[in-house]
Write a protein that binds this ligand. Structure first.
Ligand SMILES: NC(=O)c1ccc[n+]([C@@H]2O[C@H](COP(=O)([O-])OP(=O)(O)OC[C@H]3O[C@@H](n4cnc5c(N)ncnc54)[C@H](O)[C@@H]3O)[C@@H](O)[C@H]2O)c1
Length: 338
């Protein structure tokens, strides 16, 4: 069985990917410092799989700790999820973001070179596109100046990967630009753990329905979109996890010194009000929401052209927005008032 290191594997997307990897015959090994996750995620993974996944409590910035993980395991590939991801916090603590997100990647690339681990899947984001002039966005759509230090770290990390390959490194690398990950494992054993006040729409929706928050504010209804509210491409985390498995398989078929980028979205855009209505329909909950002013920094509309990942990786989104809302709600019900 091919061993895959998943940094940030106790997190939202990493935990679902750990499950998908085992189900596809890989052996994931998780490294996490639990700065934005809880050890209960490992229990959740275990309850789905019926067995434990090997894990290390190590900080990716701790080079010696990471080196020990490489020494103890013969990895055939790495998926690098570990990063700080709160856009708002990144504007207040930019150095934390530049350090955690960029230094962790550099340390990883150095260790991968030293231990001759060639294949890397990197978590990038549609945030690199900013507000695109033409929709849907393809991988060839020009990137724009980042709206936040967080977004900038993704851009810089992509540039580091490109330059690393341009330098002649024997590696094979794919960056996946995620659109908006939502949903949870259908068993509700793992999902997105809310830390603090959520900045993303779906945890806010489910927490409001659960009575944790009094109401949800829709930021602006005067955008140039079908109902005036912002449009995003919501991708179910199970589909997203599957894209990583397909990317790893694809990398194993490539020659050395390879780098490519793929959008991971559904190819459909949904407005905030469509999301709210869909949530109300599948959950049977009435949401207390109000329309407020626009929020600074919000992109009006963005959704993915997924032709490339459909054709090249043979990957397609299978879950619908209804599935995503149902699974997010079931996960919130399991969390209770958390
Ligand atoms: N969720 C999204 O909306 C989204 C969208 C686009 C891209 N991404 C990217 O996908 C990746 C995974 O996101 P997620 O939503 O699963 O986030 P998450 O916070 O749930 O998971 C990240 C995990 O990494 C761990 N971590 C952070 N810094 C670490 C370090 N220095 N050493 C070890 N572990 C560390 C955290 O404890 C957490 O378990 C991130 O790189 C994120 O930027 C996420």
């Amino acid at each position: 069985m091919k061993k895959i290191l998943i940094t940030g594997g106790a997190g939202y997307i990493g935990s679902h990917t750990a499950v998908a990897l085992v189900n596809s015959g890989y052996e994931p090994v998780i490294v996490d410092n639990f700065s934005n996750s809880e050890k209960s995620a490992l229990e959740g993974i275990k309850s789905i799989l019926g067995r434990e996944v090997k894990s290390y409590e190590v900080d990716c910035l701790d080079k010696n700790g990471m080196e020990k993980v490489f020494q103890e395991n013969d990895f055939s590939g790495v998926i690098h999820f570990a990063a700080s991801k709160a856009v708002g916090e990144s504007t207040r603590l930019p150095l934390k973001y530049y350090s955690n997100n960029i230094d962790s990647l550099i340390i990883l690339l150095e260790l991968m070179s030293k231990y001759k681990v060639k294949d890397l899947v990197f978590s990038s984001s549609c945030t690199v596109y900013g507000q695109p002039k033409v929709l849907p966005v393809t991988e060839a759509t020009p990137r724009q100046d980042a709206e936040s230090p967080y977004g900038n770290t993704k851009k810089i990390c992509e540039d580091i990967l490109r330059d690393f390959i341009l330098s002649g490194a024997a590696s094979r690398i794919v960056a996946l630009r995620y659109f908006n990950p939502v949903g949870a494992h259908p068993s509700s054993a793992i999902g997105e753990l809310p830390i603090g006040v959520p900045a993303n729409l779906i945890p806010f929706v489910t927490q409001t329905a659960a009575g944790i928050r009094e109401k949800i504010t829709v930021f602006g209804n005067d955008y140039d979109t079908p109902d005036g509210t912002c449009v995003r491409d919501y991708i179910h985390v199970m589909d997203l996890a599957d894209a990583h498995v397909k990317a790893l398989k694809y990398l194993s078929e490539q020659k050395d010194n390879f780098y490519d980028i793929f959008n991971v979205g559904t190819g459909n855009g949904n407005t905030v009000l469509e999301v709210i209505k869909t949530f109300e329909k599948v959950s049977g909950q009435k949401l207390n929401y109000e329309i407020g002013p626009r929020r600074t920094g919000d992109i009006e509309k963005v959704w993915a052209n997924t032709d490339k990942i459909n054709k090249v990786l043979g990957w397609d989104a299978k879950y619908t927005l209804e599935d995503s809302m149902r699974d997010s709600w079931n996960w919130q019900v399991k969390l209770g008032k958390k």
